[in-house]
Design a protein around this ligand. Sequence first.
Ligand code: KG4
Ligand code: ZN
Length: 342
Amino acid sequence: MEQKDVYILAIESSCDETAAAVVKNGREVLSNVISSQIALHTLYGGVVPEIASRKHIEKINQVIEQALEEAKVTFDNIDAIAVTYGPGLVGALLVGVSAAKALSFALKKPLIGVHHIEGHISANYIENKELKPPFICLVVSGGHSHLVKVKDYGEYEILGRTRDDAAGEAFDKVARAIGLGYPGGPKIDKVSREGNPDAIRFPRAKVGESEYDFSFSGLKSAVLNYLNSCQMKGEEVNQADVAASFQKAVVDVLVDHSVNAVKKYGFSTFAIAGGVASNSHLREALEVACKENGIDFYHPSPVYCTDNAAMIGVAAYYEYIKGVRHGYDLNAVPNLKLGERI
Ligand code: KG4
Ligand code: ZN
């Protein structure tokens, strides 16, 4: 018997993007609308949670309407409403969760709450139709740095995590320190092209006996110390060299841990996810390392690396076909753990 197509309307509002998307059968993105608040938060040098929530409220209905319009569907065609319910900023998450619950109730359509990081990982399924679990995934975003074993759809085991700052957080803090401003990642990525990555030897942190954990706060302090010492000696700082050298230190550790984990666990498939996964130097370095080690390397396009709702629709599809449904008591969970089901 032919299977009926499944259309999911997905909503994402965990940080500073208000996003909605329509995804067909888990892998086909019919629309992916993102209203970014970056320009607004740039004024303050980072995301201001209260402002983020207010802006989400202003934009959410517009973004949902546009997602349906661009997908050329109506609410009647939608089989389920999916929404990110954690982790993230509580006030920001609540806007998406409330909108999704209201739609689910009014339209009598099932509601599916999605873990934001599971969404990031699932972004890999959009353009890589042949990719299926199991594989190892490096998740590097503004709030998370995880090495994850993706055992099956919706089944994860964390192999390593950051002990302090997330990779994206380190990019943002260093960018601020060298005067590049917010958001730091893309700016460091760009300016590094003109710098020498071997100009300054910043530390590559090892975390005790835990082979796959990360630590980036020592690296951030090393950059700050370097800047201070230049200032004290009256030496001029070469912004591009600092950016490139910092970035190389991050990329070296991410590549090293990833390749070791893939080999140790006997995998041949590896993927990356999250905002930092759009970093061009990281992608190039992983491309080379994976080739050398006979590992198939997958990554989403940059638009699916940073926050978007299409990835939430993809993750929701695999929950939907397993029969997962949430009630109207679904709440925002700002510190939701990966693999945790509430
Ligand atoms: O996944 P994401 O959009 O939001 C979170 O879930 O956190 O990630 C945002 C993070 C920010 O820290 C941003 O600076 C970083 O991803 N980022 C990058 C790049 N593009 C975004 N970091 C390095 N290089 C990039 N090209
Ligand atoms: Zn994210």
